[in-house]
Design a protein around this ligand. Sequence first.
Ligand code: ZN
Length: 274
Amino acid sequence: MLRGSAVIDSHVHLDRREFEGAGPAVAARARAAGVTGFLNVGYDLASSRASLALAAGAPDIWAAVGVHPHDARLLADQDGRLHAEGRALLAELGRLAADPRVVAIGEIGLDFYRDLSPRPAQRAALAAQLELAAAAGKPVVFHVRDAWPEIMSFLDACGLPPRRGVLHAFSGDEAAVDWALDHGLRLGIGGMVTYRQSTLPAMVVRAGIDHLLLETDAPWLPPVPHRGERNEPARLPLVLDKVAGILQMDPGDVEQRTDAGFAALFRERQAGPP
Ligand SMILES: [Zn+2]
C-alpha cells in the first residue's frame, strides 16, 4: 500500500505469460494499492480474447481488442495487402468489439523501432483497424515507437475515428504533443516519466492534466525504483505521484482528473447515432 489513491490503470496486460496465469492475483494486489480500474489491452487474437474474458469476469476491468504493429503480418502481406487470414481475423475482432465490455480498439499503430512486421504491412493493418474502430464506434489505443512523423502524416491523410483515442506510452516531442491535442488525442503516461533522462516531464507540462491518462503497461516499463523487475499495476501510484510532482498538483486532483479523462474517452457514449 503506497498511499490512499484511487486511480485507473489505462493500459495493462494481466493475461501476459510473465504473470504466469496469476492475473487475478496481480489485479487484487493493485486494488489493495488503490487501483480502481484496468484497461486490459490485446495485441493479437488470443490476447484480445483473453482481455475480454478478464473483463467479463470483473466489473473493474475493461478490454481493448486489436493487432499490434509487431504482429501486422497476421493481417497483411509485405506489399501492404490484406490477406485472406487477415480478413478473417479482422472479422473476428469486429465480433469481439461489439461486446460492451470492449471499450477500445488496440493496441494498434506503427513501430519502426523493432520493425517486427514489414512497414507496408503495419500501415495496412493500422488502416484496416482504424476502419474497424469507426465501424464499431470505439476509440483507439495507439502504440507508436520511432514513428512519430509517420503516424502524424498517416492519420492526417486517412483521418481519425470519431471517438479518437490515446497515444499509449507516449514518447513523442513537443510537435507530437501539439499535434495530438489538436486532434483530440490523449497521452498515456507510465513508468518512463520517472526515468532520469526522460523528456516526458516537459511533455506532461505542455499537454496539461486534462489530456493525460495514467498507465503501467505492466508487465513492462516499471517505474523507478523498480527498473529491471516485472512491472505490476500496483505500481501505478508511483506514476501518479511523479505526475503530481511535475504538475505541482495534489495527487488526489491528478487521480480525479485523469480518471475523468478515462471515463470521457472510454466509458461515455457519444451523443447521436453510433
Ligand atoms: Zn501495451
